[in-house]
Design a binder for this molecule. Sequence first.
Ligand code: MN
Ligand code: MN
Length: 365
Amino acid sequence: MTKLEQIQQWTAEHHASMTYLSNPKTIQYLTGFGSDPIERVLALVIFPDQDPFIFAPALEVEVIKETGWKFPVVGYLDHENPWAMIADQVKQRHVNPEHIALEKGQLQVARMEALAAQFTSPRFDLDITTFIERMRLIKSEEEIKKLEIAGKWDDFAFEHGFAAVKAGKTEQSAVAELQYALMKEGIMEMSFGSLVQAGAHAAEPHGATNDTKFANNELVLFDLGTVYDGYISDASRTVALGTPTAKQKEIYDVCLEAQLTAQAAVKPGLTAAELDKIARDIITKAGYGEYFIHRLGHGMGMSDHEFPSIMEGNDLVLEPGMCFSIEPGIYIPGVAGVRIEDCVHVTADGSLPFTHTSKELTYVG
Ligand code: MN
Ligand code: MN
């Protein structure tokens, strides 16, 4: 059964008149057509017993046809009313949508209301988000190949980023160098804003790269990812400029042990919570538990934060094809921040990483 047919079956089983899919990532996953419509309306409408259609900005219609989409695609011009046109398509199919399934985590309230206004008080109690997240949880071989390619570009980016760390230069200049190197190779899109943080600045795990200057005898944290054919990568390394202090070296070694031990422990049958605990116990025993202030990892694939979440309380059992990050971190305010991250896919008896840059403490500068 194709992915589209699975959505169609779900729609029938849940007695929905139609399923209105609006998340561009979902549409890309199901059709191969990837686009960010920004404020324009892009939707994939699926019925229990009729062919689906894509509704899209007119300027996207040709690209959609080129991806091999074999069902109708309806384009609209900027001055046209997209909601009336969608309703017209639905009515042409003799569907009276009393019950519409949505992606509630993504669809804006104003858009739900605009859709509702076209019909006679439809019900919106069905949310298909969890079903799609479950589908996306297990990656196919084809998806894993794309994730491997995205991962290789992270290794390339680290090499160029590390070479840009010189005392007196800024974090921003290192991001510029690594992204320039990628762009020259044709990698134009990053998974998220690249992060380079020097010294104590790295103790803010959600801080942004800024004009902080690299200084000798400090650690520098890199966290970056690239996009390849709709699939992302995400990896972190922490490197040393000059000679780290004993304290910095100690937290690095603890974080590394937690990362390596957790990555080696991944296998089908282990739960997400058990995996988090393996890493967390090592950091806690070393006395730094209070400085590890986030979950061990997150699922990844077409986006950076999808299922499974590797954290306390998640009893999800790991299965081959699941992809996620393993990224313990220790952040001591005013001292240093260390994070070491590889994303992996679960195999029949273990796991394989998408990135291969050495995790031994690397000296730069
Ligand atoms: Mn990351
Ligand atoms: Mn991550």
